[in-house]
Structure formats: structure tokens, C-alpha cells
Design a protein around this ligand. Structure first.
Ligand code: MUC
Ligand code: MG
Length: 367
């Protein structure tokens, strides 16, 4: 059960259709595959998606911090010494996606070693989640056509609509077009990725008051301290903290400050160990959670559903589990399949997925 080697392998898979949102856009999944090898010959895997516009990490920085710092620091620890692994990684500040992928690859290796599912080790509450699909910026008709295609093909009934453009009317019009086309039974919520000021956000929410939005996520930047508190106090739509709450301390600040009423948990930034800390913190504080998507590939999505389904409070809402559908290919031997609006946890040991060596050889960027 001893860690003998950690690999960080950069790869790049183009998106068929880019995802555009207020803080950036994604055309290529330029992620990092992390492999943790043990002295028993077990290999645990996870993927790290760099999001420079959210956390400052790049594909190169993730590879470098794992190769230069985390791999030498973690070598020799057993798979059960995860707190020690985190204490060593936390000597380096930041780098959430790199740390999360190492954490999840260790969990995957542990599950494979024990012959047990990580989702069951984490909590085993259920074996599937309802799926929410993120709709990025495009002309209204394209956003509607995408949502209709995803609904008709995969049975998805929950949509997170990217907002945060200027003028706010652009997004208000898109949300209205989606509500009119999809009808009253589909769930719609919005994510601004910090694109609006508090006053713009307040105006937009007023203009969308009849659209039955269930959540509003990160409409303005975390540094708009008083503005976010002012906004959250006046809206009846629950406010989700996403990129403003990537650590337990930030979660406490956002919730106790009145800047947010709910928290997005992303395994891509807090792995399994720290996501569980945040989940339990939210349960203790009485704050709901949503399983978010960091524009994950299939491996990252398998991690999100494994974690989300493992606990009662994280499986309650639809998880954001479908944006890998826009990638032109992926690394797994058996692709994830969404049907009836749900994604099942993989039953195999660990996270339950395997990387196809031919696909990795084709897409890796370090050879
Ligand atoms: C989201 O929920 O914000 C966009 C940037 C990122 O880090 O995650 C995505 C989706
Ligand atoms: Mg978000």
C-alpha cells in the first residue's frame, strides 16, 4: 500500500463545441492525468483540469507542482496516510486541482487495493445521480437547440445557464427563451462566473423573477463583499458560492457573511477528502450543496458522481455531470453513459474506470 511513484501526464482532447462563460472559454480539454503507483503494482488514476481564470493553475503548473513537490513529498506514504499526504501538499499554497487529483488517485488506488468501490468507501448512500447540464453562451436559438437536444437524447431535465454578460438583457433574453422552449417542468438555474456587479445582478434577477430560477451561482466577485451580502439579502433565489468557496475557510466566510446560502462542491478542486470536509461542514451549518462541474472529462465526472452519490445531502440535487458530452473523445476504455437523465456510479473497484492506453498514447503531450 506504499506510494512509490506519482506521474503527471499532460494530454489534450479538443472539444467539439467550446463552452463559453463570463470568466473564460474552453476549446480543448488540456488536462493532466495523475497516476499513483504503489509497491503492490496497483495504479490509481484521476484527472486535473487547469482553470487559470478560476484558480491560476495551468497544465504546465500542475505537472510541475506534482513532479517537483508533491511526488517527492508523498513517496513512501501508505494509501491510508491521506491526512499526512494533505499536510505535506499543503506546505505549498494554492494549486487546488493538482492537490485534488493526487487525493482522488490515492483513493482510487486504495479502492483497487481493497477491491472496493470508492463511492461505497466514502458513504455508499446511492448508486446514481440526476444530471444537470451546463449551457454556455451562444445566440439564444443555439442555447435552446442545445438544451432541447440534451433533453431529448439523454433525458436531462435540469439546466444551469451561464450568465454574466453585459448588457444583462442578453442573459435575461436567453433564460426567457429557454423557459419558453422547455416549458415549466424543466429546472433552470444560473451561474454568472463573477460577470455582473451586484446592482446588475439585482436588476437581472428582478427581470427574471417570473422564470422560476431555482439557484443563482457566483453572480459577482467574492471581493464585492458588501454588494454580495446586499444582493443575497434581497433575493428569494438561493445564492450558490462556487469559485468563492474553494476551501473550508472560504466556505465559512461566504456562508457566515451572508454572501451565499449554498455551496458548490467540486471534486476537481477539493478531491474526495476535502470535499467530504466541506460537505460535513455544510451539513453542520445547515447549508445545501450542489455537485458542480469544473468542465471535467469523463474521469473527472466519474469522480464527481462517485462522491455525490456517496452521501445523502450531495445526491439530493442534480449533479453537473454532462459537459464531457461536448468533447470529441475521451480517455476511458468504457465511456460514461447518461440515460433517463441519470448517471450511475461505476461499480468496479476504486472509481471504477480504466484509462485506455492507446487513447492516452494518442492524446498525451509529453512524448
Ligand atoms: C462553473 O460552475 O463555474 C467554469 C469555470 C470553472 O472553473 O468551472 C466552470 C463551471
Ligand atoms: Mg460556477
Amino acid at each position: 500500500m506504499k506510494v512509490v511513484r506519482i506521474e503527471a501526464i499532460p494530454f489534450a482532447i479538443p472539444y467539439r463545441k467550446p463552452l463559453r462563460f463570463a470568466s473564460g472559454e474552453v476549446h480543448v480539454a488540456d488536462h493532466v492525468l495523475v497516476r499513483v503507483h504503489t509497491d503492490d503494482g496497483v495504479v490509481g488514476v484521476a484527472e486535473a483540469p487547469p482553470r487559470p481564470y478560476t484558480y491560476g493553475e495551468t497544465q504546465e503548473s500542475i505537472v510541475a507542482v506534482i513532479d517537483k513537490l508533491f511526488a517527492p513529498e508523498l513517496r513512501g506514504l501508505t494509501l491510508l496516510e491521506r491526512e499526512a499526504a494533505h499536510a505535506r501538499m499543503d506546505r505549498t499554497v494554492g494549486n487546488p486541482a493538482a492537490k485534488a487529483a493526487v487525493d482522488m488517485a490515492i483513493w482510487d488506488a486504495l479502492g483497487r487495493t481493497l477491491g472496493l468501490s470508492v463511492s461505497q468507501l466514502l458513504g455508499g448512500f446511492t448508486d446514481r445521480m440526476r444530471v444537470s447540464h451546463m449551457v454556455g453562451f451562444a445566440p439564444d436559438a443555439e442555447m435552446v437547440a442545445e438544451a432541447e437536444r440534451v433533453r431529448d437524447t439523454y433525458g436531462i431535465q435540469v439546466f444551469k445557464v451561464k450568465v454574466g454578460r453585459r448588457p444583462v438583457e442578453l442573459d435575461v433574453g436567453a433564460c426567457r427563451a429557454l423557459r419558453v422552449a422547455l416549458g415549466p417542468d424543466v429546472e433552470l438555474y444560473v451561474d454568472g462566473n463573477r460577470g455582473w456587479t451586484p446592482s446588475e445582478a439585482a436588476r437581472a434577477l428582478r427581470a427574471m423573477a417570473d422564470l422560476d430560477l431555482t439557484l443563482s451561482e457566483e453572480l459577482c466577485p467574492a471581493d464585492d463583499v458588501l454588494g454580495r451580502r446586499w444582493l443575497t439579502a434581497q433575493t428569494t433565489v438561493p445564492t450558490v458560492a462556487d469559485e468563492s468557496a474553494p476551501t473550508p475557510g472560504a466556505v465559512t466566510r461566504e456562508l457566515l457573511d451572508g454572501a451565499a446560502t449554498m455551496v458548490s462542491i467540486k471534486t476537481a478542486r477539493t478531491g474526495f477528502s476535502r470535499s467530504q470536509a466541506i460537505l460535513h461542514q455544510c451539513e453542520g451549518l445547515g447549508a445545501e450543496v450542489v455537485m458542480g462541474n469544473q468542465i471535467d472529462g469523463q474521469l473527472g465526472t466519474a469522480c464527481t458522481v462517485a462522491f455525490g452519490a456517496a452521501h445523502r445531502s450531495s445526491s439530493r440535487r442534480a449533479g453537473e455531470l454532462s459537459n464531457f458530452l461536448d468533447m470529441s473523445d475521451d480517455l476511458l476504455t468504457e465511456p460514461l453513459e447518461i440515460s433517463g437523465g441519470e448517471l450511475a456510479v461505476r461499480s468496479g473497484p476504486g472509481i471504477g474506470v480504466d484509462v485506455d492506453p492507446d487513447k492516452l498514447a494518442h492524446y498525451r503531450r509529453d512524448t
